[in-house]
Ligand binder design. Structure first.
Ligand SMILES: Nc1ncnc2c1ncn2[C@@H]1O[C@H](COP(=O)(O)OP(=O)(O)OP(=O)(O)O)[C@@H](O)[C@H]1O
Ligand SMILES: [Mg+2]
Length: 261
């Protein structure tokens, strides 16, 4: 069965998408079978993975609104693959509208993604879920469907507020036996770090509150990340020697401890 990892933070601009993409790239390079699921209607990860090519396939909200009728073929029919990167992905998009408004009242809304993944997870080693900056139903679905949640925190702009908001939601889901008592926090990843007073203040606050959950090294800010986005690439691919790429590799080496293929 796949290990399912959600990347989250209640706040926008915390490098959730960047981190989810880098994790998928890292694991695929280690020859792991990776499925990337974009549940964010902004579809930023989808744009990068598809190189901004619109898909005729159904996007994630289309299958989630079918709720309890999801079959293996339903979710498989959404699967796309990235040319050359060996990452399958399920696209997001706005065309199905907000998931909440499309689910019928009698659908058990929180478990739809978990049920959908049961039919497909045997085909993968890892499933990486990129989520929007909110606590809306797709985020709750993702927390219930996941084994681990990795929180990202922008060092520069009160990033810890988003961690503070998501943590109680995670704790609530862990406490409820019917939700996801097995959910584990993989760690809190500081992103866009620069060695300035305000970043160090954010990091110190995080360490005071969350101690060992805070991962090291922090992911340093570099303009090359934006350039890699514009090339629909990953920083580890576009500039593998950049500070951000090295930081991501080091953190993932610690988290996954996978031998070279
Ligand atoms: N290490 C980094 N150095 C410089 N820029 C970065 C770095 N990581 C991410 N960025 C940039 O920061 C912006 C926000 O990153 P990203 O889209 O991953 O955040 P997010 O948390 O997914 O945002 P949202 O909540 O809107 O989905 C992007 O433009 C990205 O290129
Ligand atoms: Mg994002």
């Amino acid at each position: 069965m796949a290990t399912k990892i959600m990347i989250g933070n209640h706040k926008g601009g915390a490098a959730k998408t960047q981190t989810a993409l880098e994790m998928a790239y890292y694991l695929a390079k280690k020859e792991k079978r990776v499925l990337f699921i974009d549940v964010d209607p902004q579809a930023n990860a989808t744009k990068i993975l598809s190189k901004n090519t619109p898909t005729e396939k159904r996007v994630l909200p289309d299958i989630l609104i079918n709720g309890d009728e999801i079959m293996h073929d339903d979710i498989s029919s959404c699967k796309l693959d990235t040319a050359g990167h060996h990452i399958d992905y399920i696209a997001s998009g706005l065309r199905a509208g907000r998931l909440e408004s499309r689910l019928s009242d009698d659908t058990p809304k929180e478990y739809v993604l978990k049920d959908a993944l049961e039919t497909i997870e045997k085909d993968y080693d890892f499933i990486i879920i990129d989520t929007p900056p909110s606590a809306e139903i797709v985020v709750i679905n993702s927390l219930i469907a996941s084994d681990y949640v990795l929180l990202t925190c922008n060092a520069a702009m009160f990033g810890s507020d988003g961690v503070d908001k998501l943590m109680p939601i995670i704790n609530g889901i862990q406490r409820r036996p019917r939700m996801n008592p097995n959910l584990r926090v993989l760690g809190i990843l500081v992103t866009m770090y620069e060695n300035f007073i305000d970043c160090n203040q954010t990091v110190n606050d995080l360490c005071d509150k969350y101690g060992d959950f805070v991962l090291f090294p922090y992911i340093r800010r570099t303009t090359q990340v934006g350039q890699s986005n514009r090339h629909y690439s990953f920083i580890q691919e576009y500039r593998p020697r950049s500070t951000s790429a090295c930081d991501y590799r080091q953190v993932f080496d610690q988290l996954f401890q996978i031998d070279e293929p």
